[in-house]
Design a protein around this ligand. Structure first.
Ligand code: MN
Length: 137
């Protein structure tokens, strides 16, 4: 069965790149341009993993991750934060918000799909250990 990925990203070019990479590598992909739209899709399709852009119009990605992780119906979804602002301190903010991992833009197109697959495999074998999750990056 194909893994289901929800991409929450407001930049059309990033959304297209990530979607193409995932679909080429046999993932099923749903897209949302806002956190609010992403919540609806997440409840409908139960994605295996959510790629969460941190900079979104309206509710930002960290607030969205906190909301997902605070809700018993959605807290089990793997949430991977994606941000262009790769700075010291970001990782801690991302983990504090409940995200399961972190990817910095620009994404590495050669390794991206494999990294996503490893996040899912790791979650499946669980080990809900955030330290371990971060180490595969
Ligand atoms: Mn954005």
């Amino acid at each position: 069965m194909k893994n289901k990925i929800l991409v929450i990203e407001d930049n059309p070019l990033n959304l297209e790149l990530v979607t193409d990479l995932l679909e080429t590598n046999n993932f099923m992909v749903w897209c949302a341009r806002t956190a609010e739209e992403g919540f609806h899709i997440a409840r409908d399709v139960s994605p295996d993993l959510i790629l969460m852009d941190l900079s979104l119009p309206g509710m930002d990605g960290l607030a969205a991750a906190r909301a997902l992780k605070a809700n018993p119906a959605t807290r089990h979804f793997i949430v991977i934060a994606v941000t262009a602002h790769a700075m010291k301190g970001d990782e801690q903010a991302v983990l504090n918000a409940g995200c399961d991992g972190y990817l910095a833009k620009p994404i590495d197109t050669r390794t991206f799909a494999a990294t996503i697959a490893r996040f899912i495999a790791l979650a499946d074998s669980r080990a809900t250990d955030k330290e371990t999750t971060m180490k595969i990056l």
